[in-house]
Design a protein around this ligand. Structure first.
Ligand code: 5RP
Ligand code: MG
Length: 212
């Protein structure tokens, strides 16, 4: 089980400082969608150069021009790029083609997919590396969590790795670990904690207990 730090609404300076301080606890560094809107692919290049031993995920949430947009992330050094599960399968296929060409990986973000089992089947046929359960920031504000969708997706997965995001922090992580996610994503839970290092350490400890 891996821990993915999502960097969404920090400045570049804050993001580097935070990442330096919790590096030992995280496996994947996500360049979050708003962070990429602010800093573009230069953010991916900077983080890959500074943390070559860590995996970098570009949360592009691609909706069209799959090959072209995924290629932008892979050329900048991303190990993973994301595409939306609600888009055309042709776009997901384009992202997968780019991943295969560059020897990298795609995660399909299932935010707002209405029929998860049927869509998962079609997505798995494309052969993507991973599928993400995602309760978005706006959905979280309306009181929703990702745990039920995670359980549903784990029931229906064939081969894909499953990651989960949606307001996860040290107080809620145990249920996601118990359910059996392959990657747990935490953004605001760590970045906006009063003590991000302590928060990341607590989450990493729960994950280590599970993988003992
Ligand atoms: C929002 C995202 C976030 O990166 C993801 O939800 C993780 O952040 P948080 O833990 O704060 O929910 O992609 O669209
Ligand atoms: Mg994200």
């Amino acid at each position: 089980m891996k821990l993915q730090l999502a960097i969404d609404d920090l400045s570049m300076e804050e993001a580097l400082k935070l990442t330096d301080s919790i590096l030992e606890y995280i496996d994947i560094i996500e360049m979050g969608s708003p962070f990429l809107m602010e800093y573009g692919m230069e953010a991916v290049r900077s983080f890959k150069n500074r943390y070559p031993e860590k995996e970098i995920l570009a949360d592009l949430k691609i909706m069209d021009a799959g090959f072209f947009e995924a290629e932008l992330a892979f050329r900048a050094g991303a190990d993973y790029a994301t595409v939306l599960g609600v888009t055309d399968l042709l776009t997901i296929q384009g992202c997968q083609d780019a991943a295969e060409q560059y020897g990298r990986k795609i995660y399909v973000d299932m935010i707002c997919v209405p029929d998860i089992p049927t869509r998962m089947k079609a997505i798995e046929e494309i052969g993507v590396f991973g599928i993400s359960v995602h309760t978005g920031v706006d959905q979280q504000a309306a009181g929703r969590s990702a745990i039920d969708d995670l359980k549903l997706m784990l029931e229906h997965r064939q081969k894909a790795e499953i990651s989960v995001a949606g307001g996860i922090h040290s107080g809620t992580i145990q249920s996601y670990i118990d359910a059996g996610a392959d990657v747990v994503i935490s953004g605001g839970g760590i970045c906006h904690s009063e003590n991000p290092r302590l928060e990341a350490a607590k989450i990493a400890k729960c994950i280590a207990e599970r993988t003992k």
